[in-house]
Design a protein around this ligand. Structure first.
Ligand code: COA
Length: 392
């Protein structure tokens, strides 16, 4: 097997998927993807677009403006027709699936240079847009338990995650994201993109829209669940509707050396898993345990972990079951620059975005650390995880 190394990773800021307030409301998701393609090649002039073997692009809802978005954004932005692409979907883990498949293509020797990306605009293509469920599905599952918010409520109940712990996690996530943003830590991964403010005035967006510098615990404690009467999951403890795109440049170690490129981390292992769709948030327990069982590693062996915060309830249940960190925030290795509760979660993009952030967190916060882990849950019980290792 060849070694697959990570050369670079870029992302747009995450904008709110909101028709009047979203900073990127006038852009299409393919525009956002075009911006990250452009930035990746501008930052890596030794890599010619025509030398890329293929690009794999994760997208949870590949319909409308997102239909075959990987290929169409590539062509629309003037890149060579000869480069193959696959738009990949398995709900939220789509961007991670793209990365795992790209790594496997490199490791088997089928490819030398790959781009793994993700894109989603939850305003232009809303969650479950154009869905037509197979009727038999609802002989097996209660249709009321399939929507994402309902699964978050069920995880909170099943895994006994308290409302206060979820609120505490959201406060911590915004605090860490705000600190990282204000210290310029995302500068290495964010590509500034022109957007519009509330009044429609153009400005260069270089930060994530949702992150709050100040939280209001009293307001949070008074918020009601939009998902279940008397429920415990609120807008503050849910990831917001988001738009964003990102891309990773990956190579065989030989190719990177041949081009004289530097790298610090390699892909060690990836896993796909699956669980009960009505408890979809616990997916990372399955996907991460597969990696732990195969490698003999444990949570405490990880220098840093990026665990996507689709909802605070599921993130806490996973952290606790997998013993990734303490039972409650503040954490020592999980989501050190904040998570999706603050940064946002553009569904199919996030799986690749958390790998980009993981690599930057490792490099900046834990340069001596050997292993990093990223994982996320996804609709209908899809899940994936990835283990990266420092290169000797
Ligand atoms: C939870 C959800 C329904 C909220 O949608 P929404 O009502 O449009 O969200 P808003 O942005 O208007 O927020 C609702 C309110 O909560 C408030 N709020 C949100 N986060 C807050 C926080 N951290 N602190 C205080 N108030 C907060 C907002 O300010 C707003 O209050 P306002 O109406 O007084 O301005 C939506 O974000 C959602 O569906 N999230 C989950 C997405 C999902 O399922 N992803 C897939 C995961 S697998």
């Amino acid at each position: 097997m060849k070694e697959c190394v990570f050369i670079d990773g870029v992302r747009t800021p995450n904008g709110r998927a909101h028709a009047e307030k979203g900073w990127f409301r006038n852009l299409r998701p393919d525009d956002l993807l075009g911006e990250v393609y452009k930035a990746l090649f501008a930052r890596n002039p030794k890599v010619a677009p025509e030398d890329v073997d293929a690009l794999f692009v994760g997208c949870a809802n590949p319909s409308g403006m997102q239909n075959d978005i990987g290929r169409l954004a590539w062509l629309a932005h003037g890149y060579p027709e000869s480069v193959a692409s696959n738009t990949i979907t398995n709900q939220c883990p789509s961007g991670m699936a793209a990365t795992i498949h790209a790594a496997r293509a490199i490791m088997t020797g089928e490819a030398d240079i790959m781009i793994a990306a993700g894109a989603e605009d939850m305003q232009k293509v809303p969650m479950a847009a154009n869905m037509d469920f197979p009727p038999q599905l609802f002989n097996r599952y209660n249709p009321m338990e399939i929507p994402m918010g309902s699964t978050a409520e069920k995880v909170a109940e099943t895994y006994k995650v308290a409302r206060e712990d979820m609120d505490n996690m959201a406060i911590w996530s915004h605090k860490k994201a705000s600190e990282a943003r204000n210290a310029g830590k995302f500068k290495g991964e964010i590509v500034p993109v022109m957007g519009v403010d509330d009044e429609g005035k153009e400005f260069l967006v270089d930060r994530d829209q949702w992150v709050r510098d100040k939280m209001d615990p009293e307001k949070m404690a008074s918020m009601q669940s939009p998902f279940k009467p008397g429920g415990v999951v609120t807008a503050a403890t849910s990831s917001p509707l988001t738009q964003g795109a990102c891309a990773l440049l990956m190579m065989s170690r030989e190719k990177a050396d041949e081009l004289g490129l530097s790298y610090s981390y390699r892909y060690k292992m990836g896993s796909f898993g699956a669980c009960d769709p009505t408890l979809m948030g616990i997916g990372p327990i399955v996907a991460v345990n597969k990696i732990f069982e195969k490698t003999g590693l444990k949570g405490e062996d990880m220098a840093a972990v990026e665990l996507n915060e689709a909802f605070a309830s599921q993130a806490l249940a996973c952290i606790r079951e997998l013993k990734l960190d303490k039972d409650n925030a503040p954490f020592d290795r999980v989501n050190l620059w904040g998570g999706a509760l603050a940064l946002g979660h553009p569904l199919g993009e996030s799986g690749a975005r958390i790998i980009i952030t993981l690599l930057n967190v490792l490099k900046n916060e834990k340069p001596e650390g050997k292993y990093g882990l990223a994982s996320l849950c996804g609709g209908f019980g899809n899940t994936a995880a990835i283990l990266v290792e420092k290169v000797d």
